[in-house]
Ligand binder design. Structure first.
Ligand code: ZN
Length: 252
């Protein structure tokens, strides 16, 4: 691998979901990076769709689209969305200004290759597929065009690995002090890595999640606190569904 001369630090963001406060906290905590990889769902659920799209665009992120981006951009209808998600996406569609809309419209579906890493929203076989279990990950790990695949969609930080025929799960235990969980990558193992959700975590830890991957050799998983109440207030003022407001506090 190692095409780049020095160790490249890739900041990996997924499922920001129009939560600018969480995104700013992540960028603040991430320190230095060489480029930003974004695994989709920039918008939907949260109160700041235009601001988040503008921020991600200005970062020059290499991005794939998520299901919420596709619906917000008018490229699909919210057929598989529950009532709250549907209400939020209708609100988002009304909010989006033309610049944000054209950014979302041009986002490619995955898989996209960047510096030897494979970017997808849900899965390699289908951008909308959820990969929650090792069993669901098995075929995806085999099928991926690259050894290290970055995915989102589940809002669960961690992932899966395949070492020969041995299938494993990468579990990230929450650290209250926010120390990074570091995973050294073995060159003979295939990985499916989820940085977690920046703007709407669902793995029981309400702090914003992200990851930094150094070349394809080392991943650091991070959690960072942010002002959840401020986001909840903006959501309430916008009339977004209460279930979406409440879940931010629980990380579920
Ligand atoms: Zn999402």
């Amino acid at each position: 691998m190692g095409a780049s001369p020095a160790m490249a630090r890739h900041l990996v963001l997924s499922d920001i979901h129009a939560n600018l406060t969480a995104l700013e906290a992540v960028l603040q905590a991430a320190g230095q990076w060489d480029d930003v990889l974004c695994l989709g769902d920039l918008v939907g659920y949260g109160p700041d769709p235009n601001e988040v799209v503008e921020r991600v665009r200005a970062l020059g992120a290499r991005a794939v689209r998520g299901n919420h981006d596709r619906v917000a951009a008018g490229l699909a209808e919210p057929e598989e969305f529950n009532a709250a998600a549907r209400m939020a996406i209708e609100w988002t569609r009304h909010q989006l200004r033309s610049q944000a809309l054209s950014y979302l419209r041009q986002l490619p579906p995955g898989p996209v290759e960047s510096d030897g890493l494979i970017l997808v929203h849900g899965a390699v076989s289908d951008e909308d597929r959820y990969v929650f279990t090792p069993r669901e990950a098995f075929e995806e790990l085999q099928r991926s065009p690259g050894r290290v695949t970055l995915f989102g969609h589940t809002h669960v930080q961690g992932g899966f690995l395949l070492q020969g025929q041995r299938l494993g799960e990468i579990r990230v235990e929450p650290d209250p002090a926010g120390a990074a969980a570091v995973l050294e990558l073995d060159p003979a193992t295939r990985y499916f890595i989820n940085p977690g959700s920046v703007g709407q975590p669902r793995d029981g830890d309400p702090r914003a999640a992200f990851a930094v991957i150094e070349d394809a050799s080392r991943v650091a998983f991070y959690r960072v606190p942010y002002d959840i109440a401020a986001v909840q207030q903006r959501m309430a003022a916008a009339g977004l569904p209460e279930a979406l407001i409440l879940r931010l506090a629980f990380g579920r």
